[in-house]
Design a protein around this ligand. Sequence first.
Ligand code: BDP
Length: 593
Amino acid sequence: MLRPQDTSTRERKTLDGIWAFRLDADAVGVQNRWYAGSLTEARDMAVPASFNDLTADAAVRDHVGDAWYQRTVRVPRGWDGHRVVLHFESATHRATVWVDDLEVVRHEGGYTPFEADITDLVTPGEVIRVTALVNTSLSFQSIPPGVVEQTAAGPRQRYWHDFFNYAGLHRSVWLSATPGARIEDLTVTTGFLGSTGSVGWTVQAVDREELEVHVVLRNAQGDEVATGIGEYGSLEVPDVRLWAPGSPYLYDLEVQLVDHGGTVRDSIHQHVGVRTVEVRGTEFLVNGEPFYFRGFGMHEDHAVLGKGHNNAHLVHDFELLHWIGANSFRTSHYPYSEDVLDYADRHGIVVIDETAAVGLNMGLGGGILGGQGYTTFSPETINDTTREVHAQAIRELVARDKNHPSVVLWSVANEPESQTEAAESYFRPLFDVARQADPTRPVGFVNVMLAPHGECRVSQFADVLMLNRYYGWYVHTGDLAAAEDAWRRELQSWASDGKPIVITEYGADTLSGNHSLIPQPWSEEYQVEYLEMNHRVFDSVEAVVGEQVWNFADFATTSGIVRVDGNKKGVFTRDRRPKSAAFALRRRWTEAR
Ligand code: BDP
């Protein structure tokens, strides 16, 4: 699937704006055919945005289950003879969509795109009604998992990840026109030898018949540097300029379907960064050179918008990444908007791309901070069906993001149970799925403290070890000397595996404006000293090839006794004001630049 584009043969029209919106707590809408006419008793809702924080109503914020979105749109007059597609960049966590009275598509998973060919249902120049039934519930068979518990007060959504279960239409919705004979997908791979680059392409075309596939590579000035013909092949790029972290040179690859007379019948564009990624021993190499990840685990999370994508926030967050000297981030804990990845490509920021598989661990954070009262992997909980949903989530992530030069490493899950035999058999095939989907990038998962070296049974499948550790916060709280000693010992044991290690989370909750002469947990001074302690540990272990602080900014979570108005491990507040740690990190990271 390609994202809708404006090209010489394609056009798109946004459906972003105000939609009609109605909750359906009792799930009666389908039976009552709410899609078959104007949504009654509806309120206004903005798209893109999470619906949760847009009203002053707890029933909306904490809604569990079905929610309906509807709007009308006029199909552009000029689209006669075109194939018309309705494209959702995401719908969290699943959706069913109707055009007028007809169901056109269903999709499972809240963070990847889906679309429907609606050509036969529309007349260019006429208005259609688009209705999306979005469902917010998490179950043991969804990614991420959760469980809806019935209480006297109604259903309550429980889940095991530490961010608020925002839902709705978080990203853009498009109508798009393409030719019938069309390019359906494109896979690009890159490499180089000396000063000559290579750009491999594979095109999937539909109804191509006599049409020839042409590819044209242009440099940043728009000059043609190589051309090719065929559904697949490889272009040579003389005097190649590489895409590198902090130095993001991009080419443009145009793919065309051309008829005998030379007329271009379909055309798409894909920006291309020529670069290589490789794991060698304990090194992580980009373009053959050792790369050290500096940055954050982030979240798509803002006041009012929730997880709704917004370009002003995108630009600002990347400005802050640049200011602080970060060169990378992880899309913790789900695939981010495609606009974010495009922006990372254009700004030379390296991305660890993660699925929404978070919270597959019943050993974490339950009653009195023990377990959750469930077994993680069992026929009744996370089971074979879940694994198939998880596999599909991996395939959809790779299919969507495979052509981004910024993406250098896949993360198939965050902090799952990984010390048991059940975990080993659950994950083994998922690593195969990732490697089959993309043989060009390393694959890993993020390990949790409950599965230390020697006990973790999943890290054997990973090319890179990603560790989340909270020495000095969740353990040895407030005692940085004891934390340093224990942390160094654990890290040295991981280093004996001979794989590169990225510390994907380390952090301390910090209440902005809370100061203390003798660094106390929750103070800005403690966050600074905590980070410095961690950095001493990382600098003493050669296999460590990256540090990503948890978190870039404070973010919303479910309420609970360990969260005060959300998670406060941000180096910036939720409204992006720096805590003292921001300046300390900036000193370390800009010196390293
Ligand atoms: C880790 C999780 C992350 C949490 C963080 C924390 O990966 O999502 O927000 O800890 O506790 O367990 O702050």
